[in-house]
Design a protein around this ligand. Structure first.
Ligand code: SF4
Length: 239
């Protein structure tokens, strides 16, 4: 049987913004959503001549070059879980190698994955950072091209098995930031876990496709307003 390979869109050897500490980040090619606000739409197609095929051994070799400077490895995308077999192989090798097993293993996901996938990688994954694009399913369809049912299910399941590190909300003024929607979102997040870590991300136009280029950007005062609204409805652990 052929050993699992990664289809890689990009590699960042050191990053401070893709999980806790300084991290090696592998961005995988291919996504099962098609978000209007995607900052890297070139990572959406599964098949593209722009991606690079890499064996797990080749990725490990790249990680070794970064080990003096990093505390962990993050697999991002695209949608990381589409390549869960290669993730299982990579993270298992990290956990079983005495020179690498001090590294934490994180996944950055859109949450559009089922329990079987999470179960297959949970034992070698330290945490998942998961995007909730919007709680309202009809609006989720408009913004991503798909339902949020599996996303909500993933949030609940990963919280239950102790693997949910953070839920991230990308907020776009006038699109998915109404008070009514944010209050519903707060109630939902508190019902999952009142101590859940939430990260608020401000929409920026950089890199997005034409349809989202007319949307207003969010700034620090928007984020502060969202933070206060969430906090007044029980969401206190906001990064
Ligand atoms: S889930 Fe992420 S990578 Fe996929 S289309 Fe949406 S923003 Fe882009």
């Amino acid at each position: 049987m052929k050993a699992p390979h990664f289809s890689v869109a990009d590699i960042i050897p050191f990053s401070w913004v893709d999980g806790p500490g300084n991290r090696f980040v592998l961005f995988l090619q291919g996504c099962n959503f098609n978000c209007l606000a995607c900052h890297n739409p070139q990572t959406i197609p599964v098949m593209t001549p722009r991606s690079t095929d890499m064996s797990v051994t080749e990725v490990i070799d790249r990680i070794r070059l970064s080990t003096p400077f990093i505390s962990g490895v993050t697999i991002s995308g695209g949608e990381a879980t589409l390549q869960h077999e290669a993730i299982l192989s990579l993270f298992s090798q990290i956990k079983n190698d005495p020179s690498l097993n001090h590294l934490t293993t994180f996944i950055d996901s859109n949450g559009n994955a089922d329990h079987d996938i999470w179960d297959s990688i949970a034992s070698v994954t330290d945490g998942v950072m998961l995007d909730l694009k919007v709680l309202d399913d009809a609006l989720h369809h408009e913004l991503t091209g798909g339902s949020n049912k599996s996303v909500l299910d993933s949030i609940s399941y990963l919280n239950k098995i102790g693997k949910l590190f953070e839920v991230r909300l990308l907020l776009v003024p006038g699109i998915n930031d109404s008070d009514e929607l944010l209050i519903r979102t707060s109630n939902y997040l508190v019902s999952i876990n009142p101590a859940l870590r939430i990260k608020l991300n401000a929409f920026k136009r950089h890199g997005v496709r034409a349809s989202a280029r007319q949307w207003p950007e969010a700034n620090e005062s928007h984020i502060e307003k969202y933070r206060k609204l969430l906090s007044s409805h029980g969401v206190h652990n906001v990064a």
